[in-house]
Design a protein around this ligand. Structure first.
Ligand code: AMP
Length: 414
């Protein structure tokens, strides 16, 4: 029965057979991040628009073109969150987390919204798993973030992943570099596409990301920020690389790596996966030492990553089989329904998965249904109070002690 309504463009329903694979990803992430001491945080699905304008940057694609913004009844401009870092920094400040022992290590999972042109791996509502480590400038924190994302992708078995690593230097060093980059772009203005030319002075780094052939030609001879790193910035980057080397994590230094958000400083990284085609980035992140100050707080160095759950699932391209059930409690007579339900509840409390018939089927249809849902054993409650137990794999059926059914099922009985 086709409905006249469909999920909005760029969104999708997660049906149970897809939900299982998704749950596996979320659970693996929750475990890996918890073992490293990252505590879960949740922030609202929408925030003041200004938070993203200040936090993500007015010249970014996200803020210029991709935000779902609306006015509430009090005429305040709100925006469905396009990313998680600015909201978490807002929460860090709002709840005085700078007074806690630093760094504060937070993890999150949830939906994000960007008004992009939908295609495989790019949606208008998507989900990210991420972490933020706020309050330290140690390269150990950068390396830890990278290692944890690497662990997650490894544990899930995502194939063909490559880690790209770069550094944008500190904000001050970046300003000097940006002057040199702008000068290079101005010198080649006639070879650039409109989009890049118009943004030379507001966001020259984006030129590295351009698909335009003319721009790519100009960028091939552009000065790179990695090549211009000096002093503490260079040391920081060397230390991150040394830590990854020591951990046996392979990476390629990519001097053209830039990320679509303005707030990054020093380390940036991106995990790409060939299997994904055009939208090849599975997750990435970096250091954002200036963001909290930018939002009105004290200068607070921080680093984090976000990985797209849908991209992980696309790269895995796997089906997680239905789990089956430990037990189905069937009734030979409708008079036994209450007993069946009570027994199923007891079995569930004992840690087993158990179902009863909710559709008034006769016994034969209950067996069929038990088979369909993958029940390994069926308990049959007879009208006279007796019970039988059937093993669905062997087809063997025997009498069961009606006073001891939970023990029989959990193997705890005598
Ligand atoms: P970003 O917040 O842009 O650094 O993106 C982090 C990760 O989120 C990317 O590597 C993708 O895996 C995922 N992602 C970003 N935008 C989208 C989108 N529109 N649809 C699906 N996944 C996305």
């Amino acid at each position: 029965m086709a409905s006249k309504y469909q999920a909005p463009r760029g969104t999708f329903d997660v049906l149970p057979e897809q939900g299982r694979a998704r749950r596996r990803v979320e659970r693996a992430a929750a475990e890996i991040l918890a073992r490293a001491g990252y505590e879960p945080i949740q922030t609202p699905s929408f925030e003041d628009t200004e938070l993203f304008e200040r936090g993500v940057g007015k010249s970014t694609d996200i803020v210029r073109k991709e935000m779902f913004s609306f006015e509430d009844k009090g005429e305040r401009s709100l925006t469905l969150r396009p990313e998680g870092t600015a909201p978490i920094c807002r929460a860090y400040l709002e709840h005085g987390m700078h007074k806690l022992a630093q760094p504060v290590k937070l993890s999150y999972v949830g939906p994000f919204f960007r008004h992009e042109r939908p295609q495989a791996g790019r949606y208008r509502q998507f989900h990210q798993i991420g972490l933020e480590c706020i309050g330290t400038d140690s390269p150990l924190a950068d390396a830890e973030a990278i290692m944890l994302l690497s662990d997650l992708l490894g544990e899930l078995g995502v194939p063909g992943v490559e880690l790209h690593l770069g550094s944008l230097g500190s904000l001050a060093a970046r300003q000097v570099y940006l002057q040199a980059l702008k000068a290079h772009l101005h010198a080649h203005e006639s070879e650039l596409c409109d989009d890049v030319r118009e943004r030379i002075d507001v966001n020259p780094l984006r030129a590295f990301d351009s698909d335009d052939e003319g721009v790519q030609g100009v960028m091939a001879s552009a000065p790179t920020i990695v090549g211009a790193l000096e002093g503490e910035d260079a040391e920081h980057f060397e230390e991150v690389k040394a830590l990854l080397d020591a951990a046996g994590i392979a990476y390629v230094v990519d001097p053209t790596l830039v990320r679509g958000l303005d707030y990054y400083t020093r380390t940036i990284f991106s995990f790409v996966c060939d299997a994904l085609g055009a939208q090849s980035e599975i997750g990435g992140g970096g250091r954002y030492d200036g963001l909290i100050e930018q939002l009105g707080g004290p200068a607070t160095p921080a680093v984090g990553f976000a990985a797209g759950i849908e991209r992980i699932l696309l790269a895995l391209d796997e089906e997680v089989p239905a789990p089956g059930r430990d037990a189905f409690v069937a009734v030979a007579d409708p008079s036994q329904r209450e007993r069946a339900m009570a027994l199923a509840v007891e079995l569930r409390h004992a840690g087993l998965s158990a179902e009863v018939d909710l559709a008034g089927r006769n016994l034969k249809s209950q067996f069929k249904h038990a088979d369909r849902i993958g029940a390994r054993r069926v308990l049959i409650l007879e009208a006279d109070g007796s019970a039988k137990l059937r093993d669905m794999q062997t087809g063997e059926q025997r009498d069961a002690d009606p006073g001891n059914l939970v023990d029989e099922m959990t193997g705890g009985g005598s």
